[in-house]
Design a protein around this ligand. Structure first.
Ligand code: PLP
Length: 451
């Protein structure tokens, strides 16, 4: 990826892209400060904020969305049942867009992951490898199968699973590897696939946050055996709730298609069951909306990428701020999140929580990201449940915590700062303001630390 985009080149490309979306900043309008405010009083201490305008709202709704929605309403066919016009069209379109043979739409990303684990036969007594730095759903689906989650430490520089540490966690009980392309930034897939191949293990890519991510020009979700997406409200492709499974394996496709429809057989026979299943179906409304939202995914993603590259070039100039690195094989970052690490040593030891508070007061929405999933009390509680105690030995359960230490991830969780995909949909000026607000806090961190 080219991080060395010049400012002039950037100005050109981003303003063109953003203008196309109708999202360009209103230069010179109230609330957008034209000059640097780095020496001014911090907003947290009663000064004027760097930014008072909102970043773009989400989702973007246009006439085509209303039309798609109303078509379903008027059709009176709101449930896809065994087939379904819009759900089938969405599956075909999304599979083609990504370059996979098959897509199965689901009710959400969690159920896409749940169906995928079932397709691979993951169950009690199995171990599943996952990162500790992810949304809780990646873990919950493993626990739903009564399988044992095995956490592999994070690579702090990228905020992704450290693929080089996967092999050491593989045992005779490992049943599958579940990497997560967190924030849209692809994991080091070459290394994941090498280990998976060596140990004959299937890979489920959790691409729930990575709708346009690509690894060596292949879209993420199509590189492993199965790939899963979420279309929940915050996601870069959104239908309120929704999910999808991508695969090019006909058997896995057949399983998932049947499983999401109560285990029904392929012929659509209402009461003919090929297997046990569940209702994980996407509605026709969700599918129709996705088909319409999809028409602007490319353009929006392009703007995010341009803005992110520009922001990275600005933030690289600020000591103590380290934007998440991308692996060499990354040909596209899906930018659901813009992630960076904050080193308080360069901010007069100002705690991260106080830095985030100050940034928010400057008009820059931000978050501290995830807490370590391997340390969630609910995991221990679940492992101590009757079911887990029945399946696993005392030694396995009591030794789990020690086996799942992730010290790098613990540090990452203390240092992380996130910006959101909607902020990247705005103008170049918004990126300038993010950097300006950070520099302003840095300049006065000493004062803030003692206030
Ligand atoms: C990494 C990851 N995995 C899984 C999910 C679950 O998706 P959903 O909320 O659609 O069930 C999400 C959703 O936020 C996610 O971010």
């Amino acid at each position: 990826m080219n991080h060395n985009l010049t400012r002039r080149h950037f100005l050109h490309t981003v303003s063109a892209g953003a203008a196309g979306l109708g999202l360009a900043a209103k230069a010179g309008t109230p609330g957008v400060s034209a000059s640097s405010s780095e020496g001014e009083k911090l907003a947290l201490l009663g000064g004027k904020p760097v930014r008072t305008d909102h970043f773009p709202s989400w989702p973007v709704i246009q006439e085509n969305d209303e039309k798609g929605w109303m078509e379903v309403l008027r059709s009176k066919n709101w449930c896809r049942s065994s087939d379904g016009h819009y759900a089938t069209r969405f599956e075909e379109t999304w599979a083609k867009t990504l370059g996979a043979k098959y897509c199965v739409a689901t009710s959400c990303g969690t159920t896409a992951l749940y169906a995928s684990l079932n397709a691979l036969g993951v169950g009690p007594g199995d171990e599943v490898i996952l990162p500790p730095y992810t949304f809780v759903a990646t873990l919950n689906v493993i626990l739903m199968q009564h399988a044992l989650p095995v956490f592999v430490d994070s690579d702090r520089e990228t905020s992704q699973i450290d693929a080089h540490k996967i092999e050491a966690k593989i045992t005779s009980r490992t049943r599958c590897i579940m990497p997560v392309h967190l924030g849209g930034n692809p994991v080091e897939l070459d290394v994941v696939l090498d280990v998976a191949k060596k140990h004959k293990l299937p890979v489920i890519e959790d691409a729930c946050q990575a709708h346009t991510g690509a690894w060596r020009n292949r879209r993420v979700s199509t590189v492993g055996d199965l790939g899963c997406f979420s279309f929940q409200a915050s996601k870069n492709l959104n239908s309120g709730e929704g999910g999808a499974i991508l695969t090019s394996n006909p058997d896995l496709h057949e399983f998932c298609k049947s499983f999401q429809n109560q285990g029904r057989g392929p012929a659509g026979a209402t009461f003919a069951y090929a297997r046990q299943g569940s209702n994980l179906r996407m509605t026709e409304f969700q599918a129709a909306l996705l088909l319409q939202q999809l028409t602007r995914l490319e353009e929006q993603s392009h703007v995010r990428e341009q803005n992110a590259a520009y922001l990275t070039s600005l933030l690289h100039e600020i000591p103590g701020i380290s934007p998440a690195r991308m692996y060499e094989g990354t040909t596209r970052n899906g930018y659901h999140l813009y992630m960076l690490r904050y080193d308080k040593a360069h901010f007069a030891d100002l705690p991260r929580a106080r830095f985030l508070e100050a940034l928010a007061k400057e008009g820059i929405p931000c978050a501290g990201g995830y807490t370590p999933l391997n340390k969630e009390p609910m995991v221990k509680e679940t492992l101590n449940s009757r079911a887990y105690r029945t399946i696993y030995s005392e030694r396995e359960i009591d030794g789990w915590e020690e086996r799942n230490q992730c010290p790098e991830n613990d540090k990452l969780c203390e240092e992380a700062v996130w910006f959101f995909q909607t902020m990247l949909l705005g103008s170049r000026q918004g990126m300038d303001q993010i950097a300006e607000a950070i520099r302003k806090i840095q300049n006065q961190a000493g004062q803030l630390a003692h206030s």
